[in-house]
Design a protein around this ligand. Sequence first.
Ligand code: M6R
Length: 608
Amino acid sequence: MCGIVGYIGKEQAAPILLDGLSKLEYRGYDSAGIAVYDGSEIKVVKSKGRLKVLNELTHDGASMPGTVGIGHTRWATHGAPSDTNAHPHFNKDESIVVVHNGIIENYLKLKKKLIERGYEFCSDTDTEVVVHLLDYYYHGNPLEAIAKVMHRVEGSYAFGIMFADFPGEIYAARKDSPLIVGSAGDGNLIASDVPAILRYTRSVYYIQNQEFVKLTADSMTFYNMDEEEITKTPTKIEWDINAAEKGGYEHFMLKEIYEQPGAVRDTFSPRLKDGKIVIEELGMTDEEILSVKKIHIVACGSAYHTGMTCKYVFEGLARIPVEVDLASEFRYRDPILEKDTLVVIISQSGETADSLAALREAKSKGSRVLAIVNVIGSSIAREADNVMYTWAGPEIAVATTKAYSTQLIAQYLLALKFAQVRETIGEKEFGEMLTDIERLPEQIEMLLGNKEKIQKFANRYLGARDVFFIGRGIDYAISMEASLKLKETSYIHSEACAAGELKHGTISLIEEGTLVSAVLTQDHLFPKMISNIVEVRTRGAFVMAVTNVGNVEIEKNVDYVIYIPKTNPYFTNSLAIIPLQLFAYYISIGRGCDVDKPRNLAKSVTVE
Ligand code: M6R
């Protein structure tokens, strides 16, 4: 979604802002702009479209001199993508300028009042009320004006603010939308996400809800909404800077697909000690684990799909009933949560608005909340009772791959830990399963070796209109993810269908030449899947199967096969998804799509 960067210091601000915004491009945006104080006034340049346009308009920042500035990439919510709706937004006399991430929910009410007081609006954005409200409350004291605005606005926000009267200062405020501050030696920075400022600093301060900060070139002062100073300690960011760069790959998505063996290993290896699973951050004693009677897994998008898979793993191994919910549904359905229910929120970004709201809903009902999160210090990580981090490193491509794979691993470990404590699996089985997990990185590596074969196959389907993914059990959950990967990156319509459900409706869409991808990694469901494959082939489908090595009899029934190495049936998702990710990637680039930044999508969905 939207991105914010701000700089104040000794260097020229505009190139730093443009560079920072380029690191946030992956979040998704449709316009961009920067504001720089040039020594006598604040200048704004903004434009619809990609950052390239802004770079051209500002001659890569050279035509906007000044050492203080704020910048923004906008993902349209209120008002279409346009030059006018792009941020930053000025007040009437151009003495205050604001960039904003989030949504001001009471903006219509505020707008009406401001219009009654003579304010004129030129954009359709909710953000414009913020700058006029600042103007209304500003009587020479920025702190007072910002605090008053924070009391008046409802919804979510991260603001970057400059006052022409105080050209040596930048202000930033936050509620429910990420905001960090970093010190860069010869200046200070604000940003909505770590990659924007990673090049300049590794030491960041997280602004919490309803806090704000004043930056000068050599100081930062933090405040609560009562304008009282508060102290903060910095967090050290361990991410390798190269991890946020393409490193020779054509696209982030391909790079991240290739990083999966390492990310998977980094997620399990610190938690496997002397043949045991040690998850210290779980913060649960064996007695507490034994007292859990039910698990609710709540997430969005691909993270939800990992929950769909791991429902089978938890129920099969630990014999605990599991419900899996989409966060956007869970938060409004008044879920029944007992004291002995564990709620597991899964999120790569840790900032997904619906997942965060679901977490709060669960906590308000007294449930213990465990978060499985990738971004350290993110909102979900901070608000959960316990956090289990996935060690995927920064994921830049909008379509998740390596974070997805590490979310699976974190849940396998959790399920095995619960199974061991609850004595629902034997020592031998437990040991064999750990060995299977340890072999996954090298098996993923093997599958990645087949990329040319998959690219060739994908090239035959660049013109497909519809693709169907079918499977049963875990294979249905894999199909859901494969289908999402394909549609979000290539814009081809695709659907996942539980294979047994085909004849209840979806089979009517199968016609001569329709591509159906069948996933068959569960031996006990193999004969049933073959029947479903026969049904679609009879109606003209071209069937590509993903199945376990050794299942050669499948070749009689399908048109194309991808074999995955042998692993425990509970872990097959970690392998079967790899060729399907590659398939989506190659279809997308073959069709000329912007694979890393698909249209209309954002990397972290921080608004509802
Ligand atoms: O950051 P999160 O894991 O909470 O994000 C959840 C979804 O928005 C995300 O998985 C989305 O579906 C991806 N585009 C899938 O590739």
